[in-house]
Design a protein. Structure first.
Lengths: 298, 298
């Protein structure tokens, strides 16, 4: 396993981690300046932050600091209730792909969607199996667009507590089944974003990480992105109470070792939504804490 | 599938559903009176409620109303940090078995425990695989005591959001693996409590329910208990924001059909923890609502 203790060359910051500090949006271009000043070499920005900053301005700022992307957040939300919403999803996902290309992202991360309407509190139905079929269709269609653009798609299985409203792909096994069905040749066009917050609890974690890894020739790995934060006890909010690495119960080095044993050699991306703690602090201090914890706890 | 629409003979009330109404504990004996008055034929009481009411007084009250148990809540919490806490867990679980026998419960429900100390906010370690080994050991030891008393043990897989602090058995597949290891003969001594709140999201749900069902001769089912409530969108608290059947996104009749296709013919037990809504209402009205929803939404 790589030694992270002496530098932070493999640290990436998911920009949601510092998106709103002390009650105010921290503009993306300022976040990138703060990352550049600290020698942070990679980020994963969210589309709304990029839209607010401007796509080309974001690309220019990344180039100015020599910062690359560890992923682009996010495509997905494939579930729909009618032909119009299905088409709107597909169109929006194509735009996300184009933005990812402009920013030279290594992959577009997919949060696939739950029961349509549930995120707004009004689920259109209770048919999660049907939602999963729509997701499979949606990924299949987007995969054609992604192959054209040579932009890999990274399915992010979300924790089962988000099955209703955010993503009905909830385990690595389920995501890998989709990968195997849609990209049996393991071409690199379709893979996983492994976020420890979502998968740490899975009793089949080691088996599925191995399954995601490359074949005997070292080819065809599905491991496209690796996200870290921590699970707090107690967790006081389903979405916005993630912990900083080291503050919770996830054995991060153990899981990183599993992923690296499969040849993963990319960034470790910190993604923390924390309304009650980290979003209340100075953004620069949060970045400094991410660097320190990356060295000590990842 | 049985028709529940015309009566509530297969309704059971988990007494946590009405344990504290309008800020005050509702004493168990009063709950049992209220259930008896409504023709509710079964309950599943919690040990602390039974202890407060008195074990024999509870048994007498159950007999007075002709109410039986659909389960006894709960044994488990097998994880430990030292020999003393391990022994304390075993002793307490034996007492739970004895109480279950006195109350003529059909099974003792097991919530197996998470990382030791995590429920109090101070996890002793991050080794969830180790915790799972302790759980397997603990169930194996308790199974000897349970067989002596002819009291079946029902492992309740808890939602993955409780993996850290309440139960590190988090899927039906995992629970069935334990059953297969410890009771390969499917003797009836070890099985499952299937609570829809915990398992509804599982993409392998139908497969695992089938696996839990009986063999070709109709023998050896692992399905010992069936719990219902609903998953709300949004869910505002990890533990105490469960919904009444019909108010959320779980397709309850669909899953009940899967369970009954495997020969399950027992009670449908309502277990709702709801600090913000149902615990704030009059207990009798909550029971009336359970009856109405049982007929219409289960």
């Amino acid at each position: 396993m790589r030694d992270f203790s002496t530098d932070h060359r493999w640290l990436s910051i998911n920009t949601a981690t510092v998106r709103q500090q002390r009650g105010q949006d921290w503009p993306l271009l300022d976040i990138l300046d703060a990352c550049g000043q600290r020698g942070i070499r990679a980020v994963s920005p969210w589309r709304d932050q990029v839209a607010a900053a401007g796509l080309q301005a974001t690309a220019n700022k990344l180039q100015e600091h020599g910062i690359e992307l560890s992923g682009y957040c996010r495509g997905g939300m494939f579930t729909y209730t009618d032909a119009a919403s299905r088409q709107a999803s597909r169109d929006d996902n194509r735009r996300a792909l184009d933005e990812a290309c402009t920013l030279h992202a290594p992959c577009l991360v997919l949060v696939v969607g739950g029961l349509p309407g549930a995120l707004a509190g009004h689920a259109a139905h209770r048919d999660i199996a049907g939602a999963r079929e729509q997701v499979n269709e949606g990924i299949a269609a987007l995969l054609d667009d992604a192959r054209e653009r040579q932009m890999p798609l990274a399915i992010e299985p979300l924790h089962p507590m988000y099955a209703a409203d955010r993503a009905c792909i909830n385990t690595l096994a389920q995501a890998l089944d989709v990968c195997d069905a849609l990209d049996p040749g393991r071409t690199g066009a379709l893979g996983l974003a492994v976020d420890l917050y979502h998968v740490w609890w899975d009793p089949t974690l080691a088996v599925q990480i191995q399954r995601a890894g490359p074949d005997a020739n070292g080819d065809g790995s599905r491991l496209l992105a690796f996200h870290v934060c921590d699970w707090l006890t107690p967790t006081t909010h389903l979405l916005e109470d993630r912990g900083m690495m080291g503050d919770g119960v996830i054995d991060i080095p153990h899981i990183r070792a599993l992923v690296e044993a499969q040849g993963f050699a990319g960034y470790s991306e910190v993604e923390i939504f924390s309304r009650g703690n980290w979003w209340r602090q100075d953004g620069g201090q949060v970045l400094d804490t991410c660097i320190e914890r990356h060295r000590r706890c990842v």
